[in-house]
Design a protein around this ligand. Structure first.
Ligand code: BMP
Length: 227
């Protein structure tokens, strides 16, 4: 139920094997990995291939795509080539000539699309959150794999689960460094918790991931009745 956000630099380790160390140590306890601009800019696209060679878990490319459809489809084809399984895009760009083209290409390439429905930072309330209901409707209309909702937004997570049932996977970032606790997203109804620094900055990322995994299980047992 953990998706590790692999955003360098990794505080407690240096050198070219830092990324490999984290993936190898955490692989047994996590559901997938999320890679984004920090990794791509710092270590290049080859870094995704290096991860691919180490794990069969899902690799999610988090470029928060927000462009015209043809360009996003082009980016998706390149990402497929380097071994990713899912791509995150913004929802606010709209369906016509944008998300419709991206989703068609993703379906052709057998790639999952995850849409940003609400973010974990405070500023998300200014514009993004005011369109939340429409974003979820768009995600359902497009039949995408899932949505991102900040782990602290428990009401939005609950509402999404109520509206979407199991048609959307819910990914919740904002755990640890940003204040929410492991299990907060899951207890509100999420499927996965996206966790970066709490794991990647730990001197023992494998032990930390294992500890978080068992915390998630305990929290889920405790909160199950009130979900
Ligand atoms: P951390 O656990 O270190 O705070 O990292 C969170 C990760 O989730 C980062 O990769 C960030 O880009 C991503 N993220 C987020 O924090 N909030 C969002 O609303 C959406 C995200 O993708």
């Amino acid at each position: 139920m953990i998706v590790v956000a692999l955003d360098p630099p990794f505080e407690s380790r240096s050198g070219s094997s830092a990324l490999e160390d984290i993936v190898k140590q955490t692989d047994a306890f996590v559901s997938g990995y999320k890679v984004g601009l920090p990794l791509l800019i710092q270590e290049g696209p080859g870094s995704i291939r290096r991860i691919r060679n180490l794990t069969e878990k899902r690799i999610i490319a988090d470029l928060k795509l927000a462009d015209i459809g043809e360009i996003m489809a082009k980016v998706l084809r390149i990402l497929v080539y380097i071994g990713i399984d899912a791509v995150i895009a913004h929802t606010f760009i709209g369906i016509e000539d944008a998300l419709d083209i991206l989703v068609n290409e993703a379906n052709r390439q057998n790639i999952d699309i995850i849409l940003v429905a609400s973010m974990s930072h405070k500023g998300s309330s200014r514009y993004i959150d005011s369109k939340f209901g429409e974003f979820i409707r768009d995600a359902l209309e497009l039949k995408v794999h899932g949505v991102v909702i900040g782990a602290g937004k428990k009401d939005l997570i609950r509402t999404t689960r109520e509206i979407a049932g199991n048609q959307l996977k819910i990914y919740t970032p904002g755990i640890g460094a940003q204040g929410a606790k492991p299990g907060d997203g899951l207890c509100a109804g999420a499927d996965y918790e996206i966790i970066g620094r709490l794991i990647t900055n730990d001197p023992e990322p494998g032990i930390k991931a294992k500890e978080i995994y068992y915390t998630q299980l305990t929290r889920l047992r405790e909160c199950h009745g009130s979900r």
